[in-house]
Design a protein around this ligand. Structure first.
Ligand SMILES: [Mn+2]
Length: 325
């Protein structure tokens, strides 16, 4: 029995007893997080629940093909919830500006696929890191609860799956990932060309100078197996780079032939750095991120760091040396 199968009756009861429900994802919400929150909210509303959706940060415009994306963060004034459902979120710190939600909610369900989710108080915790996306877990939950998926819910869950697997490219993609995608596509005529184009091909021409900067300044270590990119604060500020536009740049750091792991450092404010780590195969970058009090998945992790860039680089290179040298 999976954790989900064991807990499904308790989840059902908890949701049935709640009327006012908050659904929250992580800050800088990505496609998995947004897809899960949308699918969950649509289902709860079909059960006549009052639902408020939260995720700290901008909801990227590319997700506007899903319903409810306009409703994220629309109800900051609500002071109490019967139930809080936390999705795709491993650490209460990643609630960002919504860190108070657990304190104003009677009960809390966490459903996540990160390694070791960390929360102070949880009534039901479903942590299934073997799943590529949180969307896969929500699909399974809906199956167990015999929820009839609408095309909007299927579109949202399909978005979850493709976004966390890089459109079925990453090593976290499993047979189950494909089975869930198959089931979603079998039930509804999803607009996969539009969804995939928006998420994996489309780019704004205004990012061209930044892409040029990244390509020109990329450094390689360990015989070209590690790439290191740094976006200094002056570039971030000059081009007004938000999380979404920065995220699209990781591809250049990770996809050069021969590169099996990458470091992408963004200076968000003077002396304050966002670190994104990616890897292929068995190289566990979550462990390296944990050294900086960050975390994530084996092949995709992140952390923040305050201090000197040269010290940060030194720490990271020393860690990568353990697996690459
Ligand atoms: Mn996820």
């Amino acid at each position: 029995m999976t954790k989900l199968q064991t807990e499904v009756e308790n989840i059902k009861k908890m949701i049935n007893h709640a009327q006012n429900i908050a659904v929250v994802g992580h800050h800088n919400p990505d496609g998995d997080c947004i897809g899960c929150c949308v699918a969950m909210s649509l289902w709860l509303e079909s059960k006549s629940k009052n639902v408020a959706i939260f995720a700290d940060g901008d909801i990227p415009e590319k997700f506007s093909y899903m319903p409810k994306v306009q409703e994220f963060n629309a109800h900051p004034e609500i002071e109490h919830f019967d139930l809080l459902i936390v999705l795709d979120l491993s650490d209460s710190k990643r609630l960002g500006v919504w860190e108070n939600l657990p304190n104003i909610s009677d009960q809390i369900i966490v459903i996540d696929h990160h390694i070791k989710p960390a929360f102070k108080r949880v009534d039901i915790l479903i942590d299934m890191p073997q799943y590529a996306s949180c969307g896969e877990i929500i699909f399974e939950l809906f199956e167990l609860l015999k929820v009839k998926l609408t095309i909007e819910m299927a579109t949202a869950l399909y978005t979850s799956i493709i976004c966390d697997t890089g459109c079925f490219l990453f090593s976290n993609t499993t047979a189950n990932t494909h089975r869930v995608a198959e089931a979603l596509m079998e039930r509804h005529k999803l607009e996969i060309e539009m969804i995939n184009f928006r998420n994996f091909r489309a780019y704004d021409r205004c990012v061209i100078p930044v892409v040029t900067y990244v390509l020109k300044n990329m450094k390689f270590e360990f015989g070209g197996r590690l790439s290191i990119s740094v976006l200094p604060y002056k570039i971030v500020k000059k081009w007004n780079l938000n999380y979404e536009s920065r995220h699209g740049l990781f591809k250049y750091a990770t996809d050069a032939n021969g590169v099996i792991s990458s470091i992408f450092i963004t200076e968000l404010a003077k002396g304050e750095f966002n670190v994104s780590l990616r890897s292929l195969g068995d190289i566990d970058v979550a462990k390296i991120a944990q050294k900086l009090n960050g975390g994530g998945h084996r092949n995709a992790s992140g952390a923040t760091y305050k201090g000197q860039l040269k010290d940060l680089k030194q720490i990271l290179i020393a860690e990568f040396a353990k697996v690459l040298a």
